[in-house]
Design a protein around this ligand. Structure first.
Ligand SMILES: *Cc1c(COP(=O)(O)O)cnc(C)c1O
Length: 237
């Protein structure tokens, strides 16, 4: 067994165990493999094990890997999720390639993505990123502004609002870890009560996925637990 395969098996076991502890069916949980800083070869190797959802953080890196993995196309095709900070002058590359964006936090970005989404492609699936850390400068929309953004995004023709995403400040205590995830679920429920129909909670990473699954994550975003530590640091934005 390769190291990648061993990590893959171990992660699937963690996911299954957490679903069992939460009284959930494993089918209610999706895995997004976060492949920032990883090579197209590493993505291919994981795809060969059965993983087809991949998440990228940096526009340039995303477009070059998207290109590298398009010929020959993989079967099943990769479902690309953009999960990183997005500048408005770089939305077109994402609108033309991604299936999902998780990091939507401003109306201006949403309007550009919708306008730039090619007519021949289905609507871009989006999650609104919510800042629950209340630290200045953190990405994400504030809770107080979430409802207005959700209402506006839901009106855009080439976006489909699917849910909410959060990236909490790291915490080691499992009780502490659950707090922002529980809050994100409450915010999703509130939006649903006001007429939205959100089926996605994108929350939980390598170190806190159990806490996120207990609080109702439908998609966890995992990098390190699959690919190992990112030894070369983060790629440039
Ligand atoms: C890098 C990253 C992840 C994955 O983090 P790991 O701790 O490596 O699992 C998840 N979500 C976002 C937004 C990220 O940038």
């Amino acid at each position: 067994m390769t190291t990648l395969e061993a990590r893959w098996v171990e992660l699937r076991e963690r996911m299954n165990r957490a679903c069992r502890d939460a009284g959930r069916s494993p089918e209610s949980l999706q895995l997004l493999a976060v492949s920032k800083t990883r090579s197209p070869g590493e993505i291919r190797a994981l795809h060969a094990l059965g993983q087809f959802r991949f998440g990228e953080n940096y526009v340039q890196e995303f477009t070059s890997k998207h290109q590298a993995l398009s010929v020959p196309p993989l079967e099943p095709p990769i479902e690309w999720h953009f999960i990183g900070a997005l500048q408005s002058n770089k939305t077109r590359a994402v609108a033309e390639r991604a299936h999902w964006v998780h990091s939507l936090d401003r109306l201006k970005l949403a309007e550009r993505l919708s306008a730039q989404r090619p007519a021949t492609m289905p609507p871009l699936q989006v999650c609104l990123q919510v800042d629950l850390s209340h630290e200045p400068g953190k990405a994400g929309i504030a809770e107080a502004e979430l409802q207005a953004l959700a209402d506006a995004v839901a009106e855009l023709p080439k976006l489909r609002l699917r849910g909410l995403m959060t990236l909490p400040a790291p915490a080691t205590d499992p009780v502490e870890q659950r707090r922002p995830f529980a809050r994100l679920r409450e915010l999703r429920d509130t939006l649903d009560q006001r007429g939205h129909d959100l089926d996605t909670l994108s929350m939980g990473m390598s170190d806190d996925l159990e806490a996120a699954i207990l609080e109702g994550a439908t998609l966890i975003r995992v990098g390190t637990a699959l690919f190992g530590p990112r030894s070369h640091g983060e790629a440039p934005a």
